[in-house]
Design a protein around this ligand. Structure first.
Ligand SMILES: [Mn+2]
Length: 385
């Protein structure tokens, strides 16, 4: 299932587009183009189209290659969808490609929109080549980065968006609870990861936030581990880093447990990471410097002599993409804003031994971090029985 519907009403998209149009007006941008992706999804309700065109005045519209998403785009988006049909014929001279950018320009000309400055996603270098070709007249049309502006808008989530992230977290938690029953000596990381992903989809996920990480024993050292045939043994560290998508929105959770009785060494290291996480969480509220939670977590690990093993940032924004702005890291500029959703995920990595990471997805409130991924135990010996 490709479902990416955000289940927002039209008025929410109109509100978002209205905000973008204020920016367009200020920048002298007459129309903005968004390619397939999360910015398109955020503004239109679908990412099954090829191009979303937002004129400063007049109705926005989606363009899509005929039979390659038009039916889905029509279902998912409240905006006009036009399918562009290619024709191949019997020899090369007859070929007419479906050129969505060219069609966008024709429609804008029909509607008497004169494009002197065009909003685009500057990060999409590949697609911009075609835009430059089509929109060049005697003088080329300046391309202004509307993508970064939309990504800034996406940092602050509405309550509706927070609810969808919470639903994603609930599905993820339920799936983990069920897959834990499948842990037994000899079962492989791959089998557990496949079951976990099946369960998330079965419980109503519209997709996965990212490929699930299931790591046993020394494989927990690899922060971006890909599940293998490694078999579970008594006494192994067991790390899950996983997340469903619900109505397009992601959540991101990590838990580390021991299968069996944890050693004193594991207990001590786990305590350090757990305390680093709780201190990071405690430091989160509206208005604090973005770097503070990272510094708070790192300070704990320093007390435990483990600061050198915390080799990534504390967290990242989460929404339609699993990695969004802002990045929680020492040195980051700015302040945390209310409604921002971020992960808090300190970890330590000791080569040849393994890794421990604990992660929750939280929303920044006026006075605290509200945890959206609450239902799964953070006890190291949770799997002991
Ligand atoms: Mn994460």
């Amino acid at each position: 299932m490709r479902g990416a519907m955000t289940s927002m009403g039209k008025e929410e998209f109109v509100r978002r587009i209205g905000k973008l149009r204020e920016w367009m007006e200020k920048k002298g941008v007459d129309a903005s183009l968004f390619f397939t992706g999360s910015n398109m999804l955020y503004l239109s309700g679908t990412k099954n189209a090829g191009l979303f065109v937002i004129p400063l005045d007049g109705e926005p519209f989606l363009l899509v290659r005929y039979a390659f998403g038009d039916a889905l785009a029509e279902q998912e988006s409240p905006f006009e969808v036009e399918a562009v049909k290619p024709y191949y014929g019997l020899n090369k001279r007859e070929i007419r490609q479906a050129n969505l950018v060219k069609r966008a320009k024709e429609i804008l000309i029909d509607r008497k929109v004169r494009v002197k400055r065009l909003g685009v996603e500057k990060s999409r270098a590949d697609s911009l080549k075609e835009v430059r070709k089509v929109f060049r007249r005697r003088k080329s049309v300046p391309l202004i980065d509307a993508g970064s502006y939309v990504e800034e808008m996406r940092v602050i989530k509405s309550e509706k968006e927070v609810e969808l992230i919470r639903r994603s977290a609930e599905i993820s938690a339920k799936a983990l609870e069920l897959v834990i029953e499948e842990l037994k000596p000899g079962v492989t990381e791959k089998v557990i990861a496949n079951k976990l992903e099946f369960l998330m989809r079965d419980l109503g996920a519209s997709g996965l936030a990212f490929p699930s990480i299931v790591a046993f024993g020394e494989n927990t050292f690899n922060a971006h581990h890909v599940p293998t045939e490694r078999k579970l043994k008594k006494g192994d560290l067991v790390l899950f880093d996983w997340g469903a998508k619900f109505a397009g929105y992601c959540s991101d959770t990590t838990r580390t447990f021991v299968y069996g009785k944890p050693s004193e060494e594991v207990i001590k290291r786990f305590e350090a990471v757990a305390k680093a996480q709780s201190e990071g969480l405690k430091s989160i509220r509206e208005g604090v410097p973005v770097q503070d939670p990272d510094v708070a977590s790192r300070r704990v690990l320093k007390e435990y002599g483990l600061i050198g093993e915390f080799v990534h940032s504390l967290g990242h924004g989460v929404g339609l993409d699993v990695h969004e702005k802002p990045r929680l890291i020492v040195g980051a500029k700015g302040e945390l804003r209310r409604g921002t959703v971020v992960t808090v995920e300190p970890g330590i990595y000791i080569k040849g031994w393994g890794g421990i990471r604990i992660e929750d997805t939280v929303v920044v409130r006026a006075d605290r971090a509200e945890i959206l991924t609450t239902e799964i135990s953070k006890e190291i010996d949770f799997l002991r029985r």
